[in-house]
Every structure is written in C-alpha cells, then in structure tokens.
Design a protein around this ligand. Sequence first.
Ligand code: PXP
Length: 243
Amino acid sequence: MRLGVNIDHIATLREARKTFEPDPIKGALIVRDAGADQITFHLREDRRHIQDEDVYKLRTVIKEIPLNMEMAPTEEMKRIALDVKPERITLVPEKREEITTEGGLDVVSIKDYLEEYIKDIKKAGIKVALFIDPEEKQIDASLDVGADAIELHTGEYANSKTDTERKKQLDRIERTAKYGKSIGLNVFAGHGLTYTNVQPVAKIREIEELNIGHSIIANSVFWGLEEAVRKMKRLILEARGEF
Ligand code: PXP
C-alpha cells in the first residue's frame, strides 16, 4: 500500500505569518526521504495554504516520487495543472467557507461537465482520480466520466462517535472499495486518518493508496519540538558566552 503525504498544513503555518518558514518544499523533501510514496497538495481557489509558486517549485524539486495535485474542477486549475504536469490530479469539491474538504465530489450531478474536463487532462498524460463519498452511484459515475481512480472520503469513518457507527462506516468503505476495484478503477482513500484510526482502513486490500495530511503534520510538531527548543536556547546562550 502506498502512502501519499499531504503537505498543505506546512504551508498553513507559513501563511499564518506570511513568512518564509516552514517551507513546504523543504517539507516535501523530508517527506520523500522518510519513505512517502507520493507528495499530495491541494491548490485551493483562495490560496489559503499552498501558493502557485510552491506548485512550480515542487515540480522542479520532486522527481523520484509522483506529485498528486488536489484541485477543484475549474478552468483556472485546469490551466495550472496542464502547465505543471503532476503525475496525477485528484478532483475535489471546494467551498470557500469550509475548513477542510467536507464531502466528496458529486460526480453524478456534473457528469457531462466532468467528462469533458477529464478528457483534456488525460490527453496531457495526467492520471485522474475523483474524491468521492463511498457510494456505488458515485463510483459508477466516476467510471462513466473516464476517471482512472477514485479516492474514497474516509471523513465519516474518522468522525464516528461510537464503535457501532465506526464499524458501519468501515464496512461501507470496504464494500465500495471492492466494488470500485471490481469495475476496473484504482481505489485510494483518505481524509481524517490518524495514528489511531488508520489501521482498519489499511487492512482493506482493495485500497492501494492512502493520502494523509493533518495528523502527520500535527504530530510532527511534537516529534520535533524538543530539538527546536534546545537549538534556540543553545544559540541564545552561546551569543552571551553562557553555554
Ligand atoms: N485526500 C483528499 C482528496 C483531501 O482533500 C485531503 C485533505 O486535503 C486528504 C486526503 C487528507 O486529509 P487529512 O488532512 O485529513 O489527512
């Protein structure tokens, strides 16, 4: 199973101060060297984290593993994707007011539009995945519009409040993953996966890739905080000859 690491929230932190650090490109190199199988990023319409410049730099720097560009199916994003040429794009729904991608793309309701949209992208040799809720009708529509893959939204599983609900959502993910694979689509999953809830999803054999962002970036703060404090304290004491 492949792990795609979503680096958006390195940029979220940088944008909070509109400064130069932490640099998502440097983050992508660390992610690559740590064994990730793919760099995933979401260029949002409002540019709240990843900026256009980051996307172009990522393309220059990351050669060994694929780039997966998440984007809304707009003309602006298509133009950028065709220019940058990531190995894959994942089409996601986008609302300006949302904190994160709250649900899957309603492929059924924009089938004709997506069919044309996807044609142009595939012509450029870029693979297309659709981020959808785990529902058979969305999977059928994804195949119809020419997608190569689906990414099942695991948010409802991740947000489940009870064991019964979690089991129900997991069964739903498993059932739809099997269905997607049986009709010839590549099946991925992601959203809201953490160090405590990832394993039941990782056990589903039909899912070949997980994309995880927030939990990895969130935990990296704690796994690196001690060293960051030590280094700063040392610099300060050294400057005063007190080290
Ligand atoms: N996959 C897709 C398509 C996404 O939009 C996101 C969030 O940007 C993720 C995976 C990662 O979700 P999380 O940050 O909750 O791990």
